[in-house]
Design a protein around this ligand. Structure first.
Ligand SMILES: [Zn+2]
Ligand SMILES: [Zn+2]
Length: 388
């Protein structure tokens, strides 16, 4: 059998693993069943080392081939989302309020299929480190694994991550050098005015008027302060004030999200949000307090690893299967934390015409497991064979 045929045979079983994981979604770091499932499988495949509880509930599997100096890490995320599933699939979530709406069940099953194949095959020199991480969905599980010594215990030369992408046909892949996913930050602005009778506005400082001006002024950051050839998002997503019609309230609260594809732009956006909030408030005699929380950094692919992803996909499935200049997404990924420390690349695999990520009707495309696992296996070998 060819490597592709062998992987196709393993992928058939991996579809059952995927559906099993889909039925039992777990959130953030509370991945008892999921991480046990993964660790048990790696043990059964004959892995040289299986470490549990890395970064809370992460699992790391180590596979050694022939003697070699290089090591490569392949990463899958394992956590689900707090969403009620509406797919009606026979393998739908059996846990109310939780579902695999981002396809991390598929990522886990795809990497397990590659793990199974490479454990049987062992036709490589060096070490493959399989990273199954918790809490990608807002919990910075990648950072937790790094802070728990991931790269000290399991040093690697490169790291790779796959995410499925609805709208891209199954069996196709997309990558780009440089920024592929955005940073994500949030802000909270408390506006303190002076409340009073709605019929006597001259005796008040109306925080709703101040907030309305602030929302408008914040839009000038991207329109007037950001290089048109760069990318930025400043969205005010909540505005709370008042609770009746004849009272001007004392305070208002805004919150929102800030995204960028470049750390310099990100820093400028942060500065501008604070400056505009304070200045607009003082223009009207109000006060503002700004809390700005930094979330995931920009996910920046390194050049050579991104090119390697393209070469590997092209070698397996032809040039039509790979888009090497994919448009970046303004969503964020904690894979960014790995890429701040180790060269690597994050790329997409097609999920076909499914509902969008984080939608209650979303489901991972089982047909994507075989091509995904084939790319994983070939990519591991290509990385290990690369000149240092
Ligand atoms: Zn997600
Ligand atoms: Zn995801």
């Amino acid at each position: 059998m060819s490597a592709l045929e062998e992987i196709a045979a393993v992928a058939g079983e991996a579809v059952l693993w995927r559906r099993d994981l889909h039925r039992r979604p777990e959130l953030l770091y509370a991945l008892d069943e999921t991480s046990a499932f993964v660790a048990t499988k790696l043990d059964a495949f004959g892995f040289d080392e299986v470490a549990r509880g890395v970064g809370g509930s992460g699992v790391v599997g180590v596979l050694r081939g022939r003697p070699g100096t290089r090591a490569v890490a392949l990463r899958a995320d394992m956590d689900a989302l707090p969403i009620d599933e509406i797919t009606g699939a026979p393998w739908a979530s059996e846990t109310p309020g939780a579902m695999h709406a981002c396809g991390h069940d598929g990522h886990t099953a795809t990497l397990l299929a590659a793990a199974r194949h490479l454990a049987d095959d062992r036709d490589f020199s060096g070490t493959v480190v399989f990273v199954f991480q918790p809490a990608e969905e807002g919990g910075a599980g990648a950072r937790a694994m790094i802070e728990d010594g991931l790269f000290q215990r399991f040093p690697v030369d490169e790291i790779y991550g796959i995410h499925n992408l609805p709208g891209l046909p199954v069996g196709r892949f997309a990558v780009r050098p440089g920024a592929i996913m955005a940073s994500t930050d949030r802000f909270y602005i408390d506006i303190l005015g002076r409340g009073g009778h709605a019929a006597r506005p001259h005796e008040t400082i109306d925080p709703i008027l101040v907030g309305a001006q602030m929302v408008t002024a914040l839009q000038s950051i991207v329109a007037r302060n950001t290089d048109p050839l760069a990318s930025g998002v400043v969205s005010v997503t909540t505005f709370h004030a008042g609770n009746t019609d004849n009272v001007i309230p004392q305070a208002a609260r805004l919150s929102g999200t800030v995204r960028a594809l470049d750390e310099k732009v990100r820093a400028d956006l942060e500065t501008s949000v604070g400056r505009i909030a304070m200045a607009v408030a003082s223009t009207f005699g109000a006060e503002a307090q700004v809390a700005y929380e930094r979330g995931y950094p920009v996910t920046v692919n390194h050049l050579e690893p991104a090119a390697r992803v393209g070469d590997v996909v092209e070698g397996l499935f032809g040039s039509k299967a790979i888009n090497r200049t994919a448009a970046p997404l303004m969503a964020a990924e904690d894979f960014s934390y790995y890429l701040e420390r180790v060269p690597g690349a994050y790329f997409f695999m097609g999920n076909g015409p499914s509902a969008g990520l984080h939608h209650p009707a979303y489901d991972f495309a089982d047909d994507a497991i075989a091509p995904g696992a084939a790319v994983w296996a070939a990519l591991a070998k290509a990385s290990l064979a690369a000149a240092t």
